[in-house]
Write a protein that binds this ligand. Structure first.
Ligand code: SF4
Length: 66
């Protein structure tokens, strides 16, 4: 089964949480504002969900590969 890969530019991420709002299964903003990617290699079936979250990031900190 193929997967996609989520990468985060930590220098850009401001912990705004739009990614979490779009796909809470994959992104979680901690109390201190650090965003954690819960699954960096989602299965291909989640591509659209993850892509929507990537597109929602206002500072373009997220990239989707694969
Ligand atoms: S939407 Fe962008 S800035 Fe906000 S937590 Fe997610 S990656 Fe970080």
């Amino acid at each position: 089964m193929s997967h996609v890969e989520i990468t985060v530019d930590r220098a850009k991420c401001e912990g705004l949480g739009m990614c979490e709002a779009m796909a809470h299964e994959f992104f979680e903003v901690q109390d201190d504002g650090t965003m954690v990617v819960l699954d960096e290699h989602p299965a291909d079936e989640h591509r659209q969900t993850v892509a929507a979250a990537v597109d929602a990031c206002p500072v373009l900190a997220l990239t989707l590969k694969g």
